[in-house]
Design a protein. Sequence first.
Length: 435
Amino acid sequence: MNVFRSLKRKISWLIRNEFRSLVYSAVIAIFAWFLISVTIYPTTPKTIRDIPLTISLADTAAEENGLSIITEDLDQVKVDVTITGSRSQIGSFTAENLVAEAVIPQSITEAGEYTLSILVTNPEGVAFTVDSQSPKTIDVTFDRIQTVHDIPVQASLPNVTAAENLTLDTQGIECTPEKLSITGPATTLELIDHAVVNVPDTMELSSTYTFTNCTNVMLYDKDGAEIDQSALQLAIGNGFNVKVPVFTKVTLPLDVSLTYVPTGFDTEFLRNRLKFSMDEITLAAQNSNIKDLTSWNLGSIVLSTVDLHYQKTFEIDTRGQFNNLSGITTVQVALDTEGLASKTIRVTDIPVVNAPSSYKYSVVTRSLNVTVIGPEEDIKDLTEKDLLVTADLTGYTVKDASFEHEVTVTVPDYSKVWASGSYTVWIDAERNNAE
């Protein structure tokens, strides 16, 4: 039994001493490795990732010239480097021990895009060499930040319609405020031609309506291309109010008036032969009385000016009271000559009628060649006796002993025949002796 206890004590002692030996050996090995590393290999490479990029305009010529950095998301840029330095100094470095700074040269004094070098350093002044770096450079845009206050505002209402027989007055839509102030890079501001307020509502309007607090705004250049707003600040505030006028809409046939028409002439016959380049026009107005119109009169035609080659251009004049939705500005009116004929007849009987009694009158002009137009079947049989040519002096004041006066030509028995052209005769006037 004593032998057994003695053996047990010896085994325990050996185990304790063996463990101590192992611990001592490990400590000695680590110390030896450190000593060898420091003395034989004093420098070491180290790769550090995700160093945040920094950039500052302070004390630069760019700042002195009023430039700002407008490139976005620079704070999201990260730099990776592999550096070599003292093992004891950089061995424990992380991204927090390094600064990656975009260097702004003093030569940058104007707006534009520049490629800047990225310099990686240690704020504490620890020296090292950069073996590799990504990225080494970065493109940065500089510009002057300005504000414009006069950008005109328009409205877009793609989902807004008018009720039946009504129309939206797109030319009369009002945005309040009418102008927009924008702050941003000068080169971008120069491109802006106008702003468009988008009204997202879907509505059918039966009367004038105002959409309020509209904040969806797009910017466009003069060619209609959209402009990126990411570097801009728009002074929208509570948004825009968009007033949309709703007009009554009518489509009317076009018409003309015939003037200086002799009694008994069939005006409808001639009207039906006048051909219009456009038959109708669509108008709109806020006043619902527009619905009472039955036609749109282009103007008047003097009957005697109509010949077989008649054609006249009329301008559309809405007199500022209506919106011309058709968009036509002129209409051509021409005579349809199918089935018509003309004839020139020599007239010698030209009496003076309705003359003042204080004078005696005699027609000096012995004859006139009068051109008449009408249906072929009427014209072919027409003679001088069918024409009534008179010099009507109603209201005329005699100033000279001899004067020229326009005559009136009628064709009493033919309601569809008219005289084309203007005719005058010379008349002698002699005061009565009794006067």
